[in-house]
Design a protein around this ligand. Structure first.
Ligand SMILES: [Zn+2]
Ligand SMILES: [Zn+2]
Ligand SMILES: [Zn+2]
Length: 124
């Protein structure tokens, strides 16, 4: 029963006496580096860095309506709204609605933020 298999184990650890554990170097055992974006795995750190570039250089959120591509999901959402005409950002002061948060902010500052109008007058 414990014939060939046990002999194999013995042959690989012939020098194992008492100080065998000290010979094991920490970097001898392969460490796997996992890509956080896909199933890619490698034991070489530089290979992973190289691989990650394929993700960072790519723009993973393409617009279904035009060739526009965004790096961030928030950007593509804001962009798609320009196609769909959805205006989720409503002004609380008037019926103005905007597709983009930045536009609404600009609107509020321009039309409802009176202290800033003083600044505008000073510029003119
Ligand atoms: Zn990957
Ligand atoms: Zn588009
Ligand atoms: Zn308004």
């Amino acid at each position: 029963m414990i014939g060939v298999a046990s002999l194999d184990v013995v042959s690989t650890t012939t020098s194992s006496t008492s100080s065998s554990t000290t010979n094991i170097l920490p970097y001898c055992s392969p460490r796997f580096h996992y890509c956080p974006y896909c199933a890619y795995t490698t034991i070489i750190t530089s290979k992973l860095t190289e691989h990650l570039r394929t993700h960072t250089s790519q723009k993973p959120f393409p617009c279904p309506h035009c060739p526009f591509e965004a790096i961030q999901v928030e950007s593509i959402r804001a962009h798609i709204r320009t196609h769909t005409g959805e205006k989720p950002f409503a002004c609380v002061h008037c019926p103005y609605r905007s597709t983009q948060k930045g536009n609404l902010k600009r609107h509020v500052i321009k039309h409802h933020f009176y202290p800033l109008q003083v600044l505008h007058q000073q510029q003119q």
